[in-house]
Design a protein. Structure first.
Length: 313
């Protein structure tokens, strides 16, 4: 069996680029290419760009990034697809396409980078109106194959995955997105996102978000926060009366009545957001570092939000 060092990457590159060209043949008829505009586009961009002059138009980069993020094409396949659709004159090599696609920002979105290269947060400011919000997290695998071997042989080094945190409203739209490594806690992301939620809103989270710091910050911002208390939760305020009130109410009423009185039950109707995301885009990721994964997640969540916008009558 050929080792990683002995692989002939030129043959692999040509094979994947050729496969991308074959895929591009099916999409070529969908596009009308204006070569004059594509030639003028880099000239206009270079007036405001600092550094090496760009030869590839930004519209071509965006097109390749959409096919990579939405359809899961590898970057080499994306290069071949663009060369087939647009033409080799306007397409650079796949490392340049990948590098320029890392910094994708959706319209009306604010990007916050966590210290220590632990992840990033995207806030869709247009959707953060006074509302009922639901926050949750899920895992995305960095491996295309399943992780059964890692669990069977108890090898945590092979369990490569990232965490995706989502804040959604009652209409099912994604209002905030965070992508972090597996070591970042849910409560830490909750407090970062809470800074941008409007006052007098209401947020629901599962037991992972049950912490005094979360209740304290919510009370300071006049935001109503509900999370089911843990089994060992104590009725001690420690300067956070809303925390003590939640625990007393939960122990007195029980889960069913507590969930009905606080409105926590409607949170379960929003769990389908993760199912939609993984059913459409898959559970695995082609990229390996947080920045390109985060850019792809922003585009995917923007597409999910646009599919929920009601059509005008």
């Amino acid at each position: 069996m050929m080792s990683k060092r002995e692989k002939d990457w030129r043959k692999i590159d040509s094979r994947l680029i050729g496969l991308g060209r074959e895929i591009g043949k099916y999409f070529k008829e969908m596009f009308i290419i204006d070569e004059e505009k594509l030639r003028k586009e880099p000239e206009y961009e270079n007036k405001f760009h600092i550094g090496r002059p760009r030869s590839m138009p930004e519209s071509v980069v965006r097109l390749g990034f959409i096919y990579h993020a939405v359809f899961g094409l590898q970057w080499r396949q994306t290069e071949g697809l663009l060369k087939e659709i647009v033409g080799e004159e306007f397409v650079a090599t796949y490392p340049q396409i990948r590098e320029r696609s890392k910094h994708y920002e959706a319209e009306g979105a604010k990007i916050i980078k966590l210290p220590g290269n632990r992840g990033s947060i995207c806030i869709f400011t247009d959707l953060l109106k006074q509302n009922d919000f639901f926050i949750d997290s899920t895992g995305l695998s960095l491996k295309r194959r399943s992780l059964w071997r890692s669990f069977k042989f108890k090898n945590p080094l092979n369990q490569k995955w990232v965490k995706m945190h989502i804040l959604m409203n009652k209409e099912g739209q994604i209002c905030a997105l965070a992508l972090t490594n597996s070591m970042v806690s849910d409560s830490e992301i909750f407090r970062e996102i809470l800074r941008y939620v409007l006052r007098h809103s209401r947020i629901y989270g599962d037991k992972a978000y049950f912490a005094r710091k979360n209740y304290k910050m919510s009370a300071e911002r006049n935001i109503e926060f509900h999370s089911p208390p843990k089994k060992n939760a104590r009725t001690v305020a420690k300067g956070v009366p809303s925390y003590r009130k939640e625990v007393l109410m939960y122990k007195k009423l029980g889960y069913e009545r507590w969930a009905a009185d606080t409105g926590y039950k409607q949170r379960f109707n929003k769990e389908y957001i993760f199912a939609r995301y993984k059913a459409i885009f898959g559970e695995s990721i082609n990229d390996r570092t947080l920045l390109p994964i985060f850019s792809s997640a922003i585009l995917r969540c923007s597409l999910l939000n646009s599919s929920l916008i009601p059509k005008p009558k």
